[in-house]
Design a protein around this ligand. Structure first.
Ligand code: ZN
Length: 105
């Protein structure tokens, strides 16, 4: 079953929630709606990178999307001063994603 998710940023996305019950679909859609939509999330991480003079990440498109998220979490977290902000290789951020792990938002 396709469920529409109304995000706090004002955008809607849809998600195929399979055969889960109506109640579960609504609950999950509400929870997901508390966050901004994926394109806004990427935009926010790009702006964060620009504001903090972070280098453009190097890697495949898929790696960049993933590494942007990991870097954003690491550089806004409790251990943000540990990380070398000049590292541009996606592989570094992906390989170190579990170091000083913090709960994902
Ligand atoms: Zn959005």
């Amino acid at each position: 079953m396709i469920q529409t998710i109304y995000h706090v940023c004002g955008h809607n996305t849809t998600l195929n929630m399979g055969l889960s019950s109506r109640q579960n679909r609504i609950k999950r859609a509400e929870d997901m709606g508390k966050s901004i939509c994926p394109p806004c999330e990427i935009e926010e991480m790009r702006l964060f990178s620009i504001r903090n003079n972070l280098p453009f990440l190097t890697g495949s498109e898929k790696q960049i999307k993933w590494a942007l998220k990991i870097r954003h979490i690491k550089l806004t977290g409790k251990y943000k001063d540990f990380w070398d902000k000049s590292i541009a290789e996606c592989k570094f951020w992906i390989d170190n994603r579990n170091k000083f792990k913090q709960p994902l938002t």
